[in-house]
Design a protein around this ligand. Structure first.
Ligand SMILES: [Zn+2]
Length: 454
């Protein structure tokens, strides 16, 4: 790392960790508005896609999504990089498993999603240094910070993901040893190396952490990280319990995606939106304003613009203030993707009601102490359930739990079908609950009509 980038990293670390503090939410929002106004004034005229919108306020700009961001990729970055160029470099990295290639000093990365077209991100070396400073400020506990400064031993990060990026390896230095474990090779192959490394910080998708926790509980993995961080997928309640039991630590979460670094766990164990860097407009999904889809504006990223970008995720807010004193919005959970929401019909009408994956997760966790791994898929009026092999006896309990939930919500229970359990690849994102197709209300009307005729 160049000295200027190192200085930048340290500056952003100090600023994020100690200086960006607000006395109230109103003060944070007022500060954000000022930053956003300056960002738009300076950046809209420089970015081809937004030149036509120069002079407008944030609320007047179009809301975009992944499809639009990919279609206008070339016009939404100021590095003059086309989607074809970026994709070619990124795919080259994916195929060779060497993720260090850059385009004119710009790092190109792909999202780790396995469904649909993958998001592409661009970051300059300045942005990478800044990102590393912010990331370290958000994740290093005080004792590790002291170790980083005063101890001769380096901090060792073990990072499991399906793709690496020079964005992440920016953290690598004399004081921080960053090691990437490629999930394309599975988990087990990495275990000897992981034991040799003895990581101080362990970062991985939740289902990988859960697998490592299982090995640790069996006495087969003698590592003792001082911080465990879940990334890239929903942290399921049973995994959380297992990981915390195995490592004797609260599991932290980082909500980092192609579109930005959106949330992190504070020292009180609560997820906070990273609102000092990203503006998040909630698109509420319910009248009670408990769940929302985030529309994000990263007012600190310059190379690639992320402005009013609607993510495909559902976030649930925490209804009590966090004791840590931060005024940024606290989350109860990142529930998953919008298309993981199940839709079932009311008992007394044809109206479809959203059943959020978290409602099911909560009901299942409450009902069962020894929860097996499972998958649930809505296919129209059917709910197909797969249960980890050898645990078929749990099927009745699962259907009972789901029926109980539909009764409480005043919904028609689905038709239950069992399906074969297939454990996913280590490198694929786990989605336990998903909606393949919604309830077919027309079919129900016809079925009811048949009953009346009979
Ligand atoms: Zn907090």
């Amino acid at each position: 790392m160049k000295l200027t980038d190192l200085c930048r990293l340290v500056f952003h670390f100090v600023r994020t960790r100690w200086l960006l503090r607000f006395s109230s939410r109103i003060a944070l929002q007022a500060w954000q508005q000022k930053k956003i106004a300056a960002f738009l004034k300076q950046q809209l005229p420089l970015t081809p896609f937004y030149q036509q919108y120069a002079g407008l306020t944030l609320q007047e700009l179009p809301v975009i999504d992944k499809t639009i961001a990919l279609e206008y990729f070339h016009q939404m970055n100021v590095a003059n990089i086309s989607l074809e160029q970026a994709s070619a470099i990124a795919m080259q990295g994916e195929n060779s498993r060497n993720f260090s290639a850059e385009l004119d000093g710009i790092t190109v990365g792909l999202s780790s999603g396995t469904q649909g077209p993958r998001g592409v991100f661009l970051t300059s070396s300045k942005e990478r240094a800044k990102w590393a400073g912010i990331m370290m400020a958000r994740t290093l506990p005080a004792d590790l910070l002291l170790k980083l400064i005063f101890s001769s031993a380096p901090i060792k990060i073990a990072f499991f993901l399906r793709a690496n990026s020079t964005l992440y390896t920016t953290l690598n230095s004399k004081r921080i040893h960053f090691k990437f474990y490629d999930l394309y090779k599975g988990v087990d192959l990495h275990l000897p190396e992981l034991q040799m490394q003895m990581p101080t910080i362990l970062v991985a998708p939740a289902h990988i952490l859960s697998r490592l926790a299982e090995l640790k509980l069996q006495g087969d993995l003698p590592i003792s990280p001082q911080r465990v961080i879940s990334v890239a997928e929903v942290l399921e309640p049973d995994d959380k319990l297992r990981i915390e039991a195995a490592f004797g630590l609260p599991v932290h979460q980082l909500y980092q995606c192609t579109e930005g670094f959106l949330a992190y766990t504070c020292e009180r164990g609560v997820l906070h939106l990273n609102e000092e860097f990203v503006h998040i407009e909630p698109e509420w999904l319910d009248q009670e304003k408990t769940r929302f889809v985030p529309v994000i504006t990263d007012f600190t990223r310059l190379t690639q613009k992320i402005i009013r970008y609607r993510l495909n995720d559902v976030l649930r807010i925490l209804d009590t203030p966090c004791q840590c004193g931060r005024v940024s919005l606290a989350l109860a959970a990142i529930e998953g993707r919008c298309d993981d929401i199940l839709w079932w019909q009311k008992c007394d009408s044809q109206e479809l009601v959203a059943v959020y994956p978290d409602m099911l997760r909560h009901a299942i966790t409450m009902a069962s102490i020894s929860l097996p791994d499972y998958r649930m898929e809505q296919h129209g009026n059917e709910l197909r359930i797969a249960i980890e092999s050898g645990q078929a006896a749990m099927m009745d309990e699962m259907t009972e739990v789901v029926t109980g939930l539909t009764n409480r919500l005043g919904l028609r229970p689905p038709i239950f079908k069992s399906m074969t359990y297939v454990a996913g690849e280590a490198s694929s994102k786990r989605r336990r609950i998903r909606c393949v197709s919604r309830t077919d209300t027309q079919k129900i009307i016809e079925e009811n009509a048949e009953v009346v005729h009979a």
